[in-house]
Design a protein around this ligand. Structure first.
Ligand SMILES: Nc1ncnc2c1ncn2[C@@H]1O[C@H](COP(=O)(O)OP(=O)(O)OP(=O)(O)O)[C@@H](O)[C@H]1O
Ligand SMILES: [Mg+2]
Length: 424
């Protein structure tokens, strides 16, 4: 891998160190801001103009990232030192080709190829011996019914290639099977003949465990772990996250770091890994769900909770640039209890106006800068601190729900569900 352990030139000069981001949404934007601070040259790529990362990068390209010749074109034109996938919907065949040509793909092409497909990722996790929900695969509606009977109800079916809950179904009983099959076939990102079915895990809290494979001061690869983040989901997408996930859980945290280490080492390469896990507190059980080889949306909270230079975005950029990351005991801890709460669009149109009414908390609103709003699209996030997790969560929720979005002359408030504290 190329590394900043040596020397590097000024951005925009012939000796600059160039990072190309494939996908430049809100996560790409934060990575680019961190890269800019370090004096790296940044190139944002996305499928639409004025994507969030394009607002802060040195240059940008608007292409279809599933199109091999478009990708080949921008990569050969820019000759980046590092190619940083920000999303899974990329032509992964090309990532293998770029790697063969000598480009450094983060964390490596194979890991990105594994992470875009639930079956490959589940098999990788299972091969490490880390606990997961019971699962199996079905390639017809009849097989799906047999599998559900075997795994037991309720269970969850998911399209093999999809994200944000698209193509996933909660199956209460045999009567739900035809709908689940049809839905998975319709919503899969790449038409596949199979679906995965998982046992429904009864968990108390969902977490994201961030782990890093990075270089130490002597240039050796080593592992570092970030104290886990807690989060909840609404409609298949993350809605709120908090850091740390809980207090006084050292024993469980040891187990979580052990799982994260096994999975990230099996994936290999360099960078941050975000492991989604379910925790059953009573049984002391952790179940690995899936791992992303990049910063995670629930990790936006680390902008507020972690010291400067240790947000998940800063850590990823430092790791992939070969910059050593130091910690006393291999664990990076938040310095203040914080939470994030998403700001969604409930209308459709261009260039929304944000109207926050500040609540007097230690808080901040990140506006991603997406030019177009549509139903359910994440447009920003509120970050807040609190004396404990519950207070931080409530503060972030209060701030997010104080925002009115004006779109095409109409005003939209944030919707409440029973998962919100403000609902009660
Ligand atoms: N086996 C399971 N048991 C219980 N809940 C589950 C299970 N699988 C998924 N869920 C719930 O559904 C959410 C989304 O599942 P998952 O992460 O597997 O799908 P996804 O489409 O990749 O979503 P995303 O892209 O947002 O991560 C989980 O965060 C969890 O809340
Ligand atoms: Mg997930």
């Amino acid at each position: 891998m190329p590394s900043l352990l040596g020397e590097y030139g000024t951005p925009l000069s012939s000796k600059s160190f160039k990072l190309m981001f494939l996908g430049s949404g809100e996560l790409g934007k934060e990575m680019i801001i961190e890269a800019q601070r370090l004096g790296l040259e940044t190139i944002a790529v996305d499928r639409y103009p004025d994507a969030p990362g394009m607002h802060v990068a040195h240059r940008s390209h608007t292409i279809d990232m599933t199109d091999s010749s478009a990708l080949r074109n921008v990569v050969d034109r820019e000759e980046p030192d590092v190619i940083v996938p920000e999303i899974e919907a990329i032509n992964t065949d090309m990532l293998f080709e770029f790697e063969k040509d000598g480009y450094f793909v983060v964390p490596n092409a194979k890991a990105t190829w594994i992470a875009m497909n639930r079956e490959r990722m589940r098999e990788l996790i299972a091969s490490t011996g880390v606990k997961t929900s019971r699962y199996g695969y079905a390639s017809s509606q009849d097989e799906l019914l047999d599998l559900c009977e075997k795994i037991g109800y309720p269970c969850v079916s998911k399209a093999i290639v999809s994200s944000s809950g698209k193509g996933s179904c909660f199956i209460k009983g045999p009567e739900d099977v035809p709908r689940a099959w049809e839905y998975a076939m319709k919503k899969a990102r790449i038409p596949q003949e199979r679906v995965i079915v998982e046992e429904y895990v009864r968990f108390d809290v969902e977490i994201t465990a961030l782990s890093l494979r990075h270089l130490d001061e002597s240039g050796e690869i080593t592992g570092t772990f970030v104290r886990p983040i807690g989060h909840y989901q609404i409609g298949g997408d993350y809605h709120s996250s908090w850091h740390p996930w809980m207090e006084n859980m050292e024993d469980l945290e040891e187990k979580i770091y052990g799982y994260a280490e096994k999975i990230m080492n099996a994936l290999g390469g360099i960078g941050i890994f975000a492991h989604e896990m379910f925790v059953n507190l009573e049984k002391g059980e952790i179940y690995a769900n899936e791992t992303a080889c990049r910063p995670h949306d629930t990790g936006l909270v680390t902008i507020f909770s972690m010291p400067s230079g240790q947000s998940e975005f800063a850590l990823h950029v430092r790791a992939i640039s070969g910059i050593p990351i130091h910690s006393e005991d291999g664990i990076l801890n938040p310095i203040r209890t914080s939470a994030s709460h998403v700001i969604l669009s409930h209308g459709e149109g261009w260039y929304p106006v944000f109207r926050p009414s500040w609540k007097g908390f230690d808080s901040m609103i990140l506006v991603f800068g997406k030019p177009q709003a549509f139903q359910g699209r994440r447009m920003g996030v509120a970050l807040a601190t609190g004396k404990d997790v519950e207070t931080a969560k409530r503060n972030a929720e209060t701030v997010a729900h104080s925002v009115t979005l004006e779109i095409d002359g109409r005003n939209y408030l944030q919707e409440l569900s029973e998962k919100h504290a403000l609902h009660n």
